[in-house]
Design a protein around this ligand. Sequence first.
Ligand code: GLY
Ligand code: MN
Ligand code: MN
Length: 542
Amino acid sequence: MNTYKFLIALFLVSTFSVFSQTPTDYLGKEFHKSRREALRAKMPANSVAVVFANPLRNRANDVDYMFHQDPNFYYLTGYREPNGVLAMFSENQTDADGTTYNEILYVQKRDARAEQWNGKRLGVEGAKNELGFKVAFNAEAFINTTIDFKKFDRIFIEKFNDDYRNSNREKAEIYDLVRSFKEKAAYNPKNFLSPLKKQIYEMVKATPIENSANVAQIIGRAVAYDPSLKKDTDLMQYKEATSDKVKKDLQQKISLKLDAKTNIDVSFLSSNLATLREVKTAEELKLLTKAVRISAIGQVEVMKAMKPHMSETELQGIHEFVYKKYGAEYEGYPSIVGAGNNGCILHYIENNKTKVGNDLVLMDLGAEYRGYTADVTRTIPANGKFTDAQKAIYEIVYKAQEAGIAAYKIGESMAKPNQIARQITNEGLYKLGIIKSVDEKHPYFPHGTSHHIGLDVHDPGNYGNFEENMVVTMEPGIYIPDGSNCDKKWWGIGIRIEDDILVTKNGPINLSAEAPRTVKEIEKMMAKKSVLNDFVLPNLDD
Ligand code: GLY
Ligand code: MN
Ligand code: MN
C-alpha cells in the first residue's frame, strides 16, 4: 500500500471509529448465557420457558415512549429491542432438518426503512454474533413455528398483562407474537391459578386446621390487595369458617384445585428469576455501583448548586445532567423532587413548584446505567441551613437509617431493618410529642425501608434473609403533611434518607456514601461554591 492509500485507509478507519463510538460496557453475552443456564438448571424435564420482550408504548399520535426492555427478558438475552421472544427448553430439541438446539431467540426483522427512521436493528445475525445465540430467527418465524407447545409437561411464562396495542406497524409485533403463542399453547387463563392464589392455596393445604386463623388473616390481607379474590367462594368461606369440620372440607376442596388443569405455569419464571436476580454477580455489581455513585454525585452537585429561588424542575435537571454527563442513559424511575409539603407525597413526580423557597427539598432520584438503576434520596434545606424543627425530625430518620444499615448482615432477616427503623422512629416521634405513645398507629412512616435494586428499581426477590452480594435500599422516612394532628411547627416536613447497601462477608457497604447524610456534612457541602452559580441564561419572561 502506498502512503497515500494508507492515509486514506487510516482516515476511513478513524472516521468509522468516531462514528461507531457507543458504550462497550454493557453486560457481556457470557453473562446472559450463564443466566439462561442457571434458569435451565431449575427447569423440570420436558419443559419450555417462553419469555416475551416488552411492548413499545405509545405516547401520543405517532410518537412512542422511549423503549424499555422487560428486565427478565434483558437478563436472559441482552436484547434491547422490542418484538422479541425467547424460547428455552429443558432438553435439546431436534429440528426437521436435524439441527439440535435448546434455546431460540426470535428478533425483529432488519428493515432498511424502519432503521432509517428509528435506528439500527440487531437482526438475526446480530442476535447470533453479538448476543451469542446459536439459533435465532426473525420474529415472524415464531408465528409460523412448528414447535408443538402442547407436548411439553410444563410451559413457563410470565403473567400476561395484555396491555399492548396492535399498531400494525410490523408484521410480527409483540401483539401478534403473544396472540399466536396463546393459540398454539391453548392458553386459557381460567385454567391456571394466579401466583397469589397459588401461594394462598398452598398455604391452606399445608396449614393444620388448628392454625387456620393465621391463614385466614393472610387471606384478609390478600383480598385488600387483590379484591378479585372475593369471587373465590371456597376461599372466602374458609376465611370465615368457625367449625373445624367445615374448614377441613374446604381445605380438601381448595387443595384439589392446586392440581393443574393446564401445562401453563405463570409462577415458575417469576419466582425462579427473583431467586437469581436478587443476588448480583460481579459484572452486575460493577454497573450497579456505577449507577449508584453517579446518583450520589448528582446529589452532591445539587447540594452545592441549590438556591431558594430555584424550581423543583431545575433541580431535577441538575441531577439528570450529571447522569448524562457520566453517560447514564436514563433515570431508573421518574425523578422525585419535592419542596416542603410536596416532600410528603411519597412518589411526587410533578416537580413543578416554581420556587423551593426556604423549605426542605426531598430528592429521590436514580441514574440508570447500562440497565441498572440506583435509588438514592437526600433531603436538604434549600437555603443551606436546617431549622431546629427540621433538624429534630432529620436526626430521627438518620438514626433509624444508621441502625437499620447495621442489620444488613448475611443471614439476618430482611424484615429486621424495617422493624429497627420503625421502633426508633416511633420513639423519636413520641419524644417530640408528635405521637401520644410509642405504640400509636400513625401515618407518618407509611412505607417499608428495604427493597432490592438492579435492573428494576424495585428489583424482584424473595425477601428472606440477607445474602452476600445483594444490593438493598435502606430508606426510612417521616412525613408530616400540612394539617396533620400535631403541633403546626412540624407541618410540611417530609424527610427520607435512602442509601443503597451492598451486603458483604465483611458487613454492609454503603454504595451511595459519597452523598453527605448528616446535618453537619450536608450544611458543609451546601456552603461550597457550585460552577452552576455562574451558569446564567437569558431571561425570557420580560
Ligand atoms: N424511588 C422509589 C423508592 O424509593 O422506592
Ligand atoms: Mn427505594
Ligand atoms: Mn427512592
